[in-house]
Design a protein around this ligand. Structure first.
Ligand SMILES: *Cc1c(COP(=O)(O)O)cnc(C)c1O
Length: 435
């Protein structure tokens, strides 16, 4: 009998998996050249030609637009900054409601708070895990101003339905495409599917510059408003004779430095092949994993492509001799090893994703800014905010019971490495009675 590693048997894998490293000689050279130039950032926070940043920043934005077919690209120092910028650009303010998903990184839901607006949580799709258009429609009120749609795990949200809702209710759509660079829906790149899209270039993403983000939009005014918020708007609007809406024209410093931009330019050239490797790895693994009848491989939406930031699967306990997801995942993890240089993160297979965001203290206790529960209980809010457990049943079921996601399909994994991962899943699946 094969003994599972969790009970002291031998592991399927005894050495570390390769880590995911995208930086090479080219990026080292690009960073070196910037240091030698002596210009690590060239921004000026006033109306001046340097208001738009230095040569690397401007070239990065131009090249990003060429690759992703986006009209305006505005680099920032993170996706977080980009979402805050975008919400400011659309003129969000106190009393507004923004419909968000609870199954994302926290900023995709909390960003409206910075403008005194409140997040309203919609549920997600049971098969693609993106925000559910049907649930959105049930949450729309006369105060709804925007939707933040997250292309979660690497595939675009349902933009056929989202755009219908946008038109019908006159809403803005912010697309958080941190996890889906180069994914497409109906032949358009993710990021370009709503009014404003925001990418992330943090260390965990497909390509990274350490920290960084890119805002894209085809709307001239929104692009300029993002540039203003990025770089001290209030000190710039008079000099440039800005004749638009002054709402939210209080800027910050959300600027990307030159070294990051230079590294980003180099990585843009590698992105398509890095995505292809993910697709090949996922295809290879799914072919092997599909014989496990209690796991459902992720659905790819019709007319969409998936770029697999993660590879999310659904676990069906009833078909797995009523074992729990946790029993299964813990046993699989015991068979495997962490990745090189990321040992502290453990085996990169997780139960669920993030805790449904509305369960965070900020919503449960309704404490954001100041002591008076602002903006949750502002007199400008016409509707009481409900963040109780149970408001998004599918999100909760996925998180607490069904979803398993892993990152062991990233470029750098050889066929043998992928075989080890699949064999661990299969070994545990064939020995469920030991759990
Ligand atoms: C990574 C991520 C963010 C935040 O990106 P930063 O660049 O770290 O601010 C936001 N949303 C989603 C969906 C993400 O995956």
């Amino acid at each position: 009998m094969t003994k599972l590693a969790i009970h002291g048997g031998s592991k399927v894998r005894n050495k570390l998996f390769p880590g995911y490293f995208v930086l090479g000689e080219e990026e080292a050279q690009a960073a070196y050249n910037v240091v030698k130039s002596g210009i690590l950032s060239k921004y000026l926070g006033c109306w001046h030609e340097d208001f738009f940043g230095g040569p690397q920043v401007q070239a990065f934005e131009k090249e990003w637009g060429e690759l992703f077919e986006s009209i305006h690209c505005v680099s920032v120092n993170s996706n977080t900054s980009g979402i805050i910028c975008a919400l400011g650009a659309i003129g969000l303010g106190p009393g507004d409601e923004v419909i968000v998903t609870g199954y994302s990184m926290s900023i995709s839901a909390s960003a409206p708070l910075f403008y005194g607006a409140t997040p309203v949580f919609a549920d997600v799709e049971d098969d693609c895990f993106c925000i559910s258009p049907k649930s959105i429609e049930s949450k729309i009120t006369p105060n709804t101003k925007a939707i933040i749609a997250v292309d979660i795990f690497g595939q675009p949200s349902d933009f056929d339905e989202l755009n219908r809702i946008k038109k019908q209710y006159n809403l803005m759509i912010i697309e958080d495409t941190a996890q889906a660079p180069y994914a497409k829906f109906r032949n358009k790149f993710a990021g370009n599917l709503g009014d404003i899209g925001i990418f992330s270039l943090n260390y965990h993403k497909h390509i990274h510059t350490g920290e960084g983000g890119m805002i894209v939009t085809d709307n001239d005014d929104l692009a300029m408003r993002c540039r203003l918020i990025r770089n001290h708007a209030e000190a710039v609007v008079d000099g440039m004779k800005y004749d638009g809406d002054l709402t939210n024209m209080i800027g910050m410093n959300l600027r990307m430095p030159e070294i990051e931009a230079a590294i980003g330019r180099s990585l843009l050239k590698k992105l398509p092949s890095l995505i292809n490797m993910r697709l090949e790895n996922v295809q290879y693994m799914e072919e092997k994993l599909k014989k496990i009848d209690f796991l459902t491989m992720p659905k790819v939406r019709e007319h969409a492509t998936h770029v697999y930031y993660a590879h999310p699967m659904k676990f069906d306990s009833a078909k797995a001799n009523n074992k729990t997801r946790s029993q299964f995942v813990q046993a699989v993890r015991a068979e495997l090893m962490p990745c090189e240089k990321r040992e502290t993160e453990g085996v990169l297979i997780g139960e669920g994703y993030v805790k449904p965001l509305y369960l965070q203290s900020v919503y449960q206790k309704k404490i954001a800014f100041g002591k008076a529960n602002y903006p949750f209980e502002s007199p400008l809010n016409k509707n009481p905010m409900n963040y109780e457990r149970g408001i998004c049943p599918i999100t909760e079921d996925l998180h607490f019971n069904k979803l398993i996601s892993h990152e062991l399909m990233r470029p750098g994994m050889s066929k043998e490495d992928l075989d080890d991962v699949c064999n661990a899943f299969i070994k545990v699946a064939e020995n469920l009675e030991q759990l």
